[in-house]
Design a protein around this ligand. Structure first.
Ligand SMILES: [Cu+2]
Length: 140
């Protein structure tokens, strides 16, 4: 009787450790979320179904930004960038992407502190450039 109880307990402990472990492993192997953004030829960031473009991520979330850029009236002919996707406050963490005409993918990690960040374009892309902004919201 005592032995059976011990075996049951051991089984229960193994179960409680193994199952969440497997779930975590499965979640870790899932591909990261893809966030689609357009940096358009009218010098605006756009996200489908949003009037004002905002992306929302959880703290430390790993995702892929898939940015489609379209050349505006002006662009940076030094390296051919038509816009950038830049967060000044997060530049040192890699949030500064030079965009070429076409589709590019950038893996990103959200900051570890919740908050709001302004995304801007640093290529003088023409009329409207100064207002070419969008927002990143990081939630707990
Ligand atoms: Cu610009």
């Amino acid at each position: 009787m005592l032995k059976a109880h011990r075996l049951f307990r051991r089984g229960l402990i193994t179960f409680c450790v193994a199952v969440p472990g497997i779930v975590i492993l499965m979640a870790a192997s899932l591909p990261p979320r893809v966030i689609d953004i357009v940096a358009d030829k009218d010098n605006r960031f756009k996200i489908a179904k949003q009037k004002d473009p905002v992306i929302t991520m959880r703290v430390n979330e790993v995702a892929v930004l898939r940015i489609t850029a379209h050349r505006a009236m002006e662009w940076d002919d030094k390296d051919g960038s038509v816009h950038t996707f830049t967060i000044n406050a997060l530049k040192s963490k890699g949030w500064d992407f030079r965009l070429k005409d076409g589709v590019q993918q950038f893996p990103v990690v959200a900051p570890s502190e919740p908050g709001e960040y302004v995304v801007e374009c640093t290529v003088k892309c023409g009329k409207g450039h100064d207002d070419m902004k969008m927002k990143l919201v990081v939630t707990p």
